[in-house]
Design a binder for this molecule. Structure first.
Ligand code: HEC
Ligand code: HEC
Length: 380
């Protein structure tokens, strides 16, 4: 029977003589973090673009867990406290030379690993938010970042993602090594919280769950306030608001109406000046409609925006400056989409962005809105 003497989790002894080392907070944190980091890594490395929301929620959850752990490091029971495992190079040297007697808590090398993992996950969350804001143009940093800085953040984010995989591999190696050395299954100890009795001089500290809860509520309120403030910042470089009805009606007659941010002003001028021979079709309009649409397209051309789409297509192909789909970037982005898919009748060619992009008309091209429709059943 698991009779735990000390409810606050400070090294209470059980009937079997084992000692409660890891409190519920540390154990829940540890295993939930495994799940969320694995979810974020798998969706980030292998998930299709439209799994972005899953990736984001795994990342937010991991970040919230880290916030909890930082608070719990100051308010948890004995071995949860940062003060019980301070980062110490002298300790690491003693540990490596075998002079350090294993106590209950993290050994000095394990302690460094804990801080490294906490730090790299904080850095992943920050660079992830920055990538989301700058490249995808969503989230609290959308108005505060630029596409160029988002690209840099994305590179750092990917580098850190490999870093976290490396650290986890080292961590697993360390757990296996120390488990053998101490002849105690340390992974199991992180599940049960229990370890065999041994000498340990760590000062006993009771957990302070009420203080921890108040601190976390305060952090949540501060986060909410900052995010709502950031949400209200103007971001004129991200398309928003209504589109010109005339454009939608006239230019959406034969294909998806292409948002003005997808081509530079010079391309729109040329397209609008040659509507009588528009890619082999006669798309001419009366002069008034033509001028209205032209002026709106030019006023909202790629140069006015800082989205991924505007940055990708603002440099048109020299030979075919009227086509978005002729740019090297458009082709590279759509590399993985088979040519047969574009040829499908229900899609109607690359020109029909809206067949696969639920938000094509807005010019945003959010990853979450990408969906190649299932081919319709052949009817004979
Ligand atoms: C009568 C039908 C028709 C109308 C109306 C029409 N287009 Fe087109 N448009 C086409 C065809 C056909 C193509 C070539 C499609 C292809 O090659 O797959 C095209 C291609 C385009 C492309 C190049 C797409 C790419 O990147 O490959 C742009 C940009 C474009 N149209 C803009 C406009 C604008 C702006 C208007 C409104 C003023 C308009 N179109 C109205 C038929 C039309
Ligand atoms: C047959 C479906 C299909 C059509 C049609 C299509 N796309 Fe895409 N598009 C995709 C897919 C799939 C992706 C994601 C590619 C990847 O996984 O990297 C994508 C990605 C993109 C992205 C990058 C989104 C991001 O942030 O990752 C942009 C921008 C884009 N497309 C623009 C266009 C434009 C503009 C058109 C029309 C001229 C168009 N696409 C037509 C399927 C399509």
């Amino acid at each position: 029977m698991d009779r735990i003497a000390n409810q606050s989790g400070t090294s209470g002894e059980t009937a079997s003589g084992d000692v409660r080392v890891w409190d519920a907070g540390v154990r829940l944190f540890h295993w939930l973090l495994v799940i969320f980091v694995a979810g974020a890594a798998l969706s980030g490395f292998f998930g299709p673009k439209n799994w972005l929301d899953f990736h984001l929620w795994a990342g937010y959850a991991a970040a919230a867990l880290i916030a909890f752990r930082l608070v719990w490091g100051l308010t948890g029971a004995t071995h949860a406290r940062f003060s019980s495992f301070p980062p110490s190079l002298a300790g690491v040297r003693a540990h490596l030379s075998g002079k350090h007697a294993a106590g209950y808590g993290h050994n000095p090398l394990g302690a460094l690993m804990v801080y490294a993992l906490l730090a790299i996950i904080v850095a992943l969350a920050l660079t992830g938010l920055w990538t989301l804001g700058g490249v995808v143009r969503q989230g609290p940093l959308a108005a505060l970042s630029s596409y160029a800085s988002g690209r840099t953040a994305k590179e750092i984010h990917e580098f850190l993602a490999w870093g976290v995989i490396g650290l986890v591999a080292l961590h697993l190696g360390g757990v296996i090594f120390e488990s053998r050395r101490e002849k105690e299954n340390l992974a199991r100890a992180m599940v049960t919280g229990l370890k065999r009795p041994r000498p340990d001089s760590t000062p006993k500290r009771a957990a302070r769950p009420v203080v921890a809860t108040l601190a976390l509520l305060g952090l949540a309120a501060a986060t909410f306030a900052i995010v709502s403030w950031a949400d209200r910042l103007p971001a004129p470089f991200i398309p928003s608001g209504p589109v010109l009805a005339e454009w939608k009606a006239e230019c959406g007659d034969c294909h998806t109406p292409h948002h003005p941010s997808l081509l530079p002003a010079a391309s729109w001028e040329k397209i609008m000046a040659t509507l009588d021979d528009h890619f082999g079709e006669d798309a001419s309009l009366d002069a008034g409609a033509m001028e209205n649409i032209r002026d709106w397209l030019v006023a909202n051309a790629a140069g006015h925006y800082d989205t991924r789409a505007a940055n990708s297509f603002r440099q048109p192909d020299a030979a075919e400056p009227l086509r978005i789909t002729a740019t090297a970037r458009w082709k590279r982005i759509h590399d993985d989409v088979p040519a047969e898919t574009f040829k499908r009748k229900d899609i109607g060619g690359p020109v029909n962005c809206a067949a696969c992009h639920g938000d094509a008309e807005s010019g945003l091209f959010a990853p979450q809105k990408i969906n190649i429709p299932k081919p319709p059943k052949e009817s004979s």
